[in-house]
Design a protein around this ligand. Structure first.
Ligand SMILES: [Zn+2]
Length: 410
């Protein structure tokens, strides 16, 4: 184990190199661990160790967590059928979560091609890949009332299970018939699950979240004003309207722009950026952070983007499109640190962290993998399940990133 003081004495480059080497070692050990679990499982040695299953043996005797045991056993069993998985785990082309996602869909016929496509993909990308090769049918829109949450001391966590059936108490397609009944399935599930966005098939997603009583009430009021509109269309219309308003305010995106880029005020020394410049920069940078590492890896962040001045406006930089580009909060602060010093920017970073830390807007949900519990409480909640067509979002995501010059201080 590295001593903290020893690590502190390393330069940034040395620390990153050391981390990379430790990760390589860790992956080698992980592959060996999975191979051992596979062999112990094949010989059913957990029985003589007083365990009723391999999973019990991993959690009770080896003291792995539920999720650690699940992922390693899934990888171990899949690797017995497809030994290439161990090699990919060892060299970092595939991670444990990826193997768990792919394993049920691997066959002797598709193994080679599928593993080639899966190389170095994130878990979210692998879920999209699986949705492509094994599309699921759309789920029916539904709203169900969950029971009031009652915490008991020493209460056992809920059993891990496959995703709940999505067609309990369906809305029967009409926006004005929101079901308010509770059901037995809901009684056994906590009301504080984080939202889920699961790819079902190419361009189709299942969206599920727990809504407040207030949102449920608003949906009913909107449904009453939009008779004949189904739940999905109604929510899509509401989101589209909100998106247009936010984009108009934040990015200057309007149907009839009043000024062109040439007419925009780009005078230096002022922070505010005019709408034509915002529109141009957003389109040019394709809604993605433009920071690039020294190796040329562009930051993939698309959330919470800010307009960054290459030549700081506080030092006389202008507001024109050539001096402004998109950056995520982290990299905008990082570049600010280069301009104004670490101490000055730390106070901004602390306040930015407070904004960024709340739970993500949704989680991708692989079958059979336990979801982490959110700490948030909710008194009266309604899970909403939507088969949502997100073609436009996906298409935007798949646009190739343009090349960018290196940041001045990278
Ligand atoms: Zn970034």
């Amino acid at each position: 184990m590295e001593k903290k003081d020893e690590l502190k004495s390393l330069t940034d480059d040395e620390l990153l190199l050391r981390l990379s080497n430790v990760l390589k070692q860790s992956r080698r050990v992980e592959a060996v661990l999975v191979a051992h679990i596979a062999e112990v499982d094949a010989r059913r040695l957990f029985e003589r160790e007083a365990s009723s299953s391999m999973h019990k043996y991993c959690t009770d005797v080896l003291h792995l967590s539920d999720a650690e045991a699940y992922l390693r056993i899934a990888a171990a069993r899949a690797s017995r059928r497809h030994p290439a998985l161990l090699t990919m785990l060892e060299d970092g082309r595939l991670h444990l979560s990826g193997i768990a996602v792919l394993a049920p869909h691997l066959t002797n016929n598709n193994c080679e091609k599928l593993l080639a496509r899966a190389t170095k993909k994130t878990k979210g990308e692998l879920l999209v890949l699986v949705a492509e090769i094994a599309p699921k049918v759309d789920v029916a829109p539904s709203i169900r009332k969950l029971p009031e949450r009652r915490e008991k001391k020493g209460q056992e966590p809920p059993e891990r299970s496959s995703p709940e059936p999505a067609n309990e108490h369906p809305m029967s397609g009409a926006a004005g018939t929101l079901s308010g009944k509770s059901n037995p399935v809901a009684e056994t599930r906590p009301a504080d699950k984080p939202p889920i966005m699961e790819p079902l098939a190419p361009s189709r997603y299942r969206v599920q979240f727990t809504a407040s009583a207030e949102l449920h009430d608003k949906l009913e009021r909107l449904a009453a004003l939009m008779p004949g509109t189904d739940l999905v269309s109604m929510i899509e219309a509401a989101v589209t309207e909100k998106l247009e308003r936010v984009e108009a305010k934040r990015l200057g995106k309007v149907k009839k722009p009043r000024k062109s880029l040439e007419e925009a005020d780009t005078s230096p020394g002022v922070r505010g950026i005019s709408a034509p410049v915002k529109r141009f920069v957003w389109e040019r940078d394709q809604g993605q952070c433009t920071y690039e590492s020294t190796e040329g890896r562009r930051c993939p962040e698309r959330r919470g983007l800010q307009f960054h001045h290459d030549d700081p406006y506080g030092r006389g930089g202008d507001r024109g499109a050539t001096n402004v580009r998109l950056m995520c909060v982290t990299h905008n602060l990082y570049m600010g640190e280069m301009d104004y010093g670490k101490e000055k920017m730390d106070q901004y970073r602390r306040s930015a962290d407070r904004v960024r830390e709340p739970s993500p807007s949704f989680l991708l949900f692989p079958d059979g993998v336990p979801m982490p519990n959110s700490a948030q409480e909710s008194k009266s909640c309604h899970p909403v399940v939507l088969p949502w067509d997100l073609r436009r979002r996906t298409a935007t995501h798949l646009k190739p990133a343009p090349s960018f010059r290196q940041p001045r201080y990278a």
